[in-house]
Design a protein around this ligand. Structure first.
Ligand SMILES: CC(C)(COP(=O)(O)OP(=O)(O)OC[C@H]1O[C@@H](n2cnc3c(N)ncnc32)[C@H](O)[C@@H]1OP(=O)(O)O)[C@@H](O)C(=O)NCCC(=O)NCCS
Length: 146
């Protein structure tokens, strides 16, 4: 396997991020390129993930958003490297780290644990206001720093 390099994104990476996310019908949801980290293999951007600070009902927390790996590079450890990089860079944080994901098994392998719907409702206003909440396919998961 060729080397996977992880780096912070720059403004000039905007189009590459948008292209990658659009593969999975994802958009940047108000995120800026600077919120992302990128995975590169041989200079080609093969994956991205964003980390944002959120707040709801007075609770501050961190959230992984918009993680995507190019279809040709899935299953090769790129997503794992992106998440581990984010975990390392937030390791001294006092905030909990969450993700809402349709790929819970991937995150379970990275020691994230599923949280109850009651916690999900207490963290995200859009979940609280969503008429599809009961049928939602996105699992809320939390990473606890050891
Ligand atoms: C989910 C995603 C980011 C994972 O990235 P990746 O580079 O393919 O993952 P890795 O190669 O690091 O996989 C690590 C492990 O998780 C497993 N895994 C990866 N994606 C998985 C998925 N969607 N469902 C179940 N297991 C998955 C891998 O099989 C691997 O298991 P192993 O260690 O036992 O071999 C990537 O597959 C992707 O972009 N999917 C489409 C977009 C998407 O679903 N994004 C998540 C929305 S929150």
């Amino acid at each position: 396997m060729r080397e996977i390099c992880i780096r912070k994104a720059r403004n000039s990476d905007l189009l590459a991020i948008q292209r990658l996310l659009s593969t999975y019908f994802l958009d940047m949801e108000g995120l800026a390129p600077e919120d992302f980290v990128l995975a590169e293999i041989d200079g080609k951007i093969t994956g991205c993930a964003a980390l944002i600070k959120s707040e709801f009902h007075g609770k501050n927390f961190l959230e992984i958003h918009s993680i995507a790996v190019h279809p040709n590079f899935r299953g090769k450890g790129v997503g794992t490297r992106l998440v581990k990089y984010l975990l390392t860079t937030t390791g001294d944080s006092c905030c909990d780290l969450y993700v809402r994901t349709t790929a819970p098994i991937f995150f379970e392998k990275l020691d994230f644990k599923k949280v109850e719907n009651s916690e999900k409702l207490s963290l995200w206003k859009d979940c609280k206001n969503c008429e599809h909440f009961e049928k939602c396919t996105q699992h809320a998961m939390k990473y606890s720093y050891k």
